[in-house]
Design a protein around this ligand. Structure first.
Ligand code: SAH
Length: 351
C-alpha cells in the first residue's frame, strides 16, 4: 500500500484504522496507537503491539516522537525549556509553561526558519526542513510525558514559521484537538505568524476557533521591511487588511506581538504611530498588543530596552485606546533566547 505520510504520528485515528486493516490487524489498534502517541510513546515503546508488527512499522515509517536531549527548568517559575532530538538527528526547542489557568506548551513548526527576521536566532542558519504534523504532536506529548502534566493549551510560537508549513501545521492542530488524543480545545491554541498573507486568508476558511497572533514589531513599512524581510513581499496594508478579514470570518480576537528593541521601535513616537495604525484598521474590533522585551541574540547586535521603557510604551498604547500588556518573561534564568538552545547544540547534525 502507498504511504501518504512518512510517520504514523501524523495520521488520524481513521487513517490508522485503514492502515491496520490493510495490514490484517484489528481496527482497535488504531486507537491504541493514536493514544500512545499522545502520551509521548514512540512506536518502539508501544509494547501492547505484537513485536513483529512493531518491527514492520519501524522498518516502513519514521518514528516521529522526539527524544528529550536537554532540559532546563527555571528556578523562578518552573518554566521548562527542552531541546528535542528528532529521528534524523535534527533538534528543535519546545517550552512548557505553567500558568494559574493551566499548562501551555510552545512548539516549533520547522527546523530553522526561512523568514530572516533581523533580531531572531531561529532564522540565522536558514530553514533546514519542515516538521511533520506527527513531530509537532510528538513535541507536546514528549513534554507532557516528561513533566507528568496534562496540557491545557498550545502556542505555535517556537522555531519556524507555521504558515510556511501550512498543511502540516493545520493537520497538527486537528490531531491535538482529537478527544482520543490530547483533546486540546481550539480556543486554547494560538498560532503566530510573521505575516504570510495568502495563508491568513486560507486559515480564515478553515473554521478553527484558534487565536491568530501577528508578529508586527513596527508600524511603518520602511522599518518593518528592514526588520522583517517578509514585509517586502506583503506590506503592512496587505497584512492588516488580511487580519481584518480574518476577524470578520472568525469573530476571534486578533493579537499582535510587538518585540521592543532599544532605540529601534520603542520610542513614544513609535507607540503613538502604532496606536494610530491599529485604530485605523481595527476601529471597533477587539485587538490586543503583547509587548515583549527583546531577548538579546548576540549575533544580531540589537539591545533590549529597560522595563521602564516597556511600561511607558504600554501606557501610551492603553491611553490611546489600544489594549496592551508587557508580557511577563517566563523562564528568564533558563533562557537562551528563542532558537538559541538549538544553535548552541548545533554544529553537529543541524544548521
Ligand atoms: N514565525 C512565527 C512564530 C515564531 S516566533 C512568527 O514570526 O510569529 C514567536 C515570536 O517571537 C514572534 O513574534 C517573533 O518575532 C518573536 N521573536 C523572535 N526572536 C525574538 C527575540 N530575540 N526576542 C523577542 N522576541 C523574539
Amino acid at each position: 500500500m502507498d504511504r501518504p505520510f512518512p510517520d504514523l504520528q501524523s495520521m488520524t485515528p481513521e487513517e490508522l484504522a485503514d492502515l491496520f486493516t490493510a495490514l490484517g490487524q484489528p481496527a482497535y489498534r488504531a486507537k491504541q496507537v493514536f493514544s500512545a502517541f499522545s502520551r509521548g510513546l514512540s512506536v518502539g515503546e508501544i509494547t501492547t503491539l505484537p513485536k513483529a508488527l512493531r518491527e514492520r512499522l519501524l522498518s516502513e515509517y519514521v518514528d516521529a516522537t522526539p527524544n528529550v536531549a536537554e532540559k532546563r527548568v527555571s528556578k523562578i517559575d518552573g518554566t521548562a525549556k527542552y531541546l528535542l532530538r528528532l529521528s534524523d538527528g535534527n533538534a528543535v526547542e519546545a517550552v512548557l509553561m505553567k500558568y494559574e489557568h493551566g499548562t501551555t506548551v510552545c512548539v516549533s513548526s520547522q527546523v530553522g526558519c526561512a523568514m530572516g527576521c533581523a533580531f531572531c536566532a531561529s532564522t540565522l542558519g536558514g530553514r533546514v526542513r519542515n516538521l511533520s504534523a506527527g513531530e509537532m504532536v510528538g513535541e507536546v506529548a514528549a513534554l507532557a510525558r516528561d513533566a507528568g502534566e496534562r496540557i491545557d493549551g498550545i502556542v505555535v510560537m517556537g522555531i519556524g514559521e507555521p504558515l510556511d508549513n501550512y498543511e502540516n501545521a493545520l493537520r497538527f492542530l486537528r490531531l491535538v484537538n482529537r478527544p482520543e488524543g490530547l483533546g486540546i480545545g481550539y480556543r486554547h491554541i494560538s498560532l503566530s505568524t510573521c505575516g504570510v498573507v495568502p495563508k491568513i486568508y486560507d486559515l480564515a476558511k478553515e473554521d478553527l476557533p484558534i487565536t491568530l497572533s501577528i508578529s508586527l514589531h513596527a508600524s511603518d513599512d520602511a522599518r518593518r521591511s528592514r526588520m522583517m524581510p517578509v514585509n517586502r513581499k506583503w506590506n503592512l496594508d496587505e497584512l492588516l487588511t488580511a487580519c481584518a478579514a480574518y476577524f470578520d470570518a472568525t469573530g476571534r480576537r486578533i493579537s499582535f506581538e510587538y518585540t521592543l528593541i532599544a532605540g529601534e521601535n520603542d520610542t513614544q513616537d513609535e507607540a503613538r504611530r502604532l496606536a494610530g495604525l491599529l485604530k485605523l484598521y481595527f476601529p471597533d474590533k477587539p485587538i490586543h498588543v503583547n509587548l515583549i522585551r527583546l531577548n538579546e541574540v548576540k549575533e544580531t547586535g540589537f539591545r533590549t530596552p529597560d522595563g521602564g521603557a516597556a511600561r511607558r510604551f504600554a501606557d501610551t498604547l492603553n491611553r490611546l485606546g489600544v489594549t496592551a500588556t508587557v508580557r511577563r518573561r517566563l523562564g528568564a534564568d533558563v533562557d537562551a533566547a528563542c532558537g538559541q538552545l538549538r544553535r548552541q547544540n548545533a554544529g553537529e547534525a543541524s544548521v
